[in-house]
Design a protein around this ligand. Sequence first.
Ligand SMILES: *[C@@H]1O[C@H](CO)[C@@H](O)[C@H](O)[C@H]1NC(C)=O
Ligand SMILES: *[C@@H]1O[C@H](CO)[C@@H](O)[C@H](O)[C@H]1NC(C)=O
Ligand SMILES: *[C@@H]1O[C@H](CO)[C@@H](O)[C@H](O)[C@H]1NC(C)=O
Ligand SMILES: *[C@@H]1O[C@H](CO)[C@@H](O)[C@H](O)[C@H]1NC(C)=O
Length: 769
Amino acid sequence: MNHQVLPLLGVSFFLVACVAGAAEGDRRPYIVQMDVSAMPTPFTTHEGWYTSVLSSLAGKEEEAAPEHLYTYAHAMHGFSAVLTPRQLAEIQRMEGHVTAFPETYARLHTTRTPEFLGLTGGGAGGVWPASKYGEDVIVGIVDTGVWPESESFSDAGMTTKAVPARWKGACEAGKAFKASMCNGKLIGARSFSKALKQRGLAIAPDDYDSARDYYGHGSHTSSTAAGSAVKGASYFGYANGTATGIAPMARLAMYKAVFSGDTLESASSDVLAAMDRAIADGVDVMSLSLGFPETSYDTNVIAIGAFAAMQKGIFVTCSAGNDGSDGYTIMNGAPWITTVGASTIDREFTATVTLGSGSGGKSIHGKSVYPEHTPIADADLYYGHGNKSKQKCDYSSLSRKEVSGKYVFCTAGESLREQMDEVQGAGGRGLIAASNMKEFLQPTDYVMPLVLVTPSDGAAIQKFVTATKAPKVSIRFVGTELGVKPAPAVAYFSSRGPTQMSPAILKPDIVAPGVDILAAWVPNKEIMEIGKQKLYAKYMLVSGTSMASPHVAGVVALLRSAHPDWSPAAIRSAMMTTAYVKDNANNVIVSMPNRSPGTPLDYGSGHVSPNQATDPGLVYDATADDYVNFLCGLRYSSRQIAAVTGRRNASCAAGANLDLNYPSFMVILNHTTSATRTFKRVLTNVAGSAAKYSMSVTAPAGMKVTVTPSALSFGGKGSKQGFSVTVQVSQVKRAVDDYSYIGNHGFLTWNEVGGKHAVRSPIVSAFAQ
Ligand SMILES: *[C@@H]1O[C@H](CO)[C@@H](O)[C@H](O)[C@H]1NC(C)=O
Ligand SMILES: *[C@@H]1O[C@H](CO)[C@@H](O)[C@H](O)[C@H]1NC(C)=O
Ligand SMILES: *[C@@H]1O[C@H](CO)[C@@H](O)[C@H](O)[C@H]1NC(C)=O
Ligand SMILES: *[C@@H]1O[C@H](CO)[C@@H](O)[C@H](O)[C@H]1NC(C)=O
């Protein structure tokens, strides 16, 4: 099987720096195929071997060192690298060399999230060509910085490298960051740490007091939104393919305001300064994958900064938070922010567990992203049968005598990390864990061979171990599986609605991919150690709503480019009313971990669908004045309103209410079992020609929806029509300790008569907190 271990040093950075200063000569990329059976014994991994081969070629004065591009372990074994003729000749003389040929250039390959989002299959009418891949839209990311040498931030494939003339940003020099490190892709990079330093919060000694990323998170989010296409990216072979941002031709500007201290640290005044600069610099889209504790909007810097941005026409998207799956856990739920939840894609990383010696035993489908892929054959399997704490691998339950050198099966416990610690501490070699999938594991948690199985498969393993003398197990790390059903599913960790600060607006707005997303990482930070081998990764699989928000930022960049005249509210409406709520098995998107059918409190309007969003037919638009009216409806004082909006003398009109022109409808039951609410809405025709629409409503028992009028007739582009929706809800009062806030939900859809547009909004009733 394939081994993939990435280089041991910060070689990527140093090689790039070195190459930049060297004469290019006739260096060019070659694909070098190697015979892995000829791998010399000192090497434990192919990549270690290749790295050593390449290092051995360096050192000639006046000659650029080889630049290692990729390692191959599936379609072929070998690597590609930029080599001089002398270096190539030397490789060709080496033992184990099979063949080497110059790289050729072809059409871009597809990748998973753009593919899953339908971007690659949109055809000529799709939003990728319509938007020229987001050309000249500037996406600003507030995060942990960026690793500028990453291929994801190369401008080599940009249609135009010239920075848009309107751009007022800068590439700030700082620790390990030169002003020359920006380019036609990464057009701005700034760092904001004054408040953090002032507060005496330690920035970790290794973090950079500059826009350079130490942690990896910012490189990941920014490359997800608008990274360049990079072929051959993978996390130790997992998720192999071309890594590309959602808007690959858009520009990026990094605003570093999150630093590594004891944990990730971020001061609100630094974040506000970052947003301040981003607005001044001229970004078109801003994405923040962070949140401060929920307080009223006048004391929340993200809500405040986002309001100012929205007033300037800048679209602000934020992650909804990772505090699911309980209700009322939304962060960044202000109605002028687009709040994004996380869902899975149709990709999984499979490991097969075979029970019993040989290959004839029962085979169980598990999951793993353990970096070492060597199959494990006929290993001893331990299970603490008859002792609850040993069964669960509780802290201090396992003895070395019992588990040393063995694979251990653990039933679902409190924490997989603690179970791994326990097994490792007792000398176990690996872990097969029944998991309820409630814990948030990142790849770096896989410090030993770990395979997750479902509780029901776990029961089968339990039965096998207890019935078998000297039980054996074999594990095969199969790798990447595509087309997995059902997908999408709302991630268990994704924060659920309603939002505490303004429950009358449904949140999240939408869900987007946020589970096991492959994107750029920092290559010099050790991610784990296996045996004596330290591992590093240029691309990392990460999960979180942090990953979902930049997907939406990328989609917004495409829509912005295709429709420069749309307001942020119009763009959001286009995404929401065209979002889908059925998964790839044609069932309602499920909510993890229970796999129960999801509701709009899990997925908002549904899963983002970029090609549909570019042609929504009608939009629910809103202006800054509408949001002021909404704040009045929340009974904010004029001071509070001024704090949010910067409008000193905003006066609330008599009868100001919470009736924002929003593309969703929410009824909050305030300790009652029935309520009636009337909403007023205005739709704007954004299609090219006049159109008639008629409404259709799906509503469950206990929810009565009346729409007046029931048909709307629009003139050409820009034509507006109003209507009202009355929702009567009556339902069973929830139990005191019932944390499912959802009452009921239905949908209102405006269907174009004789046309293709369908403009759908969820109608939701939920209990007050
Ligand atoms: C990834 O590798 C697997 C084999 O391990 C292969 O089947 C698949 O086609 C590869 N995927 C891509 C996108 O290259
Ligand atoms: C289970 O194992 C633990 C830890 O080895 C031990 O302290 C405990 O007494 C055992 N319990 C039973 C019921 O045997
Ligand atoms: C706000 O109102 C006060 C008094 O009502 C007035 O003096 C002041 O000029 C107003 N400010 C603005 C910005 O309109
Ligand atoms: C909801 O009910 C509580 C207590 O019954 C009351 O204090 C509160 O004002 C009500 N809120 C609204 C918006 O009606």
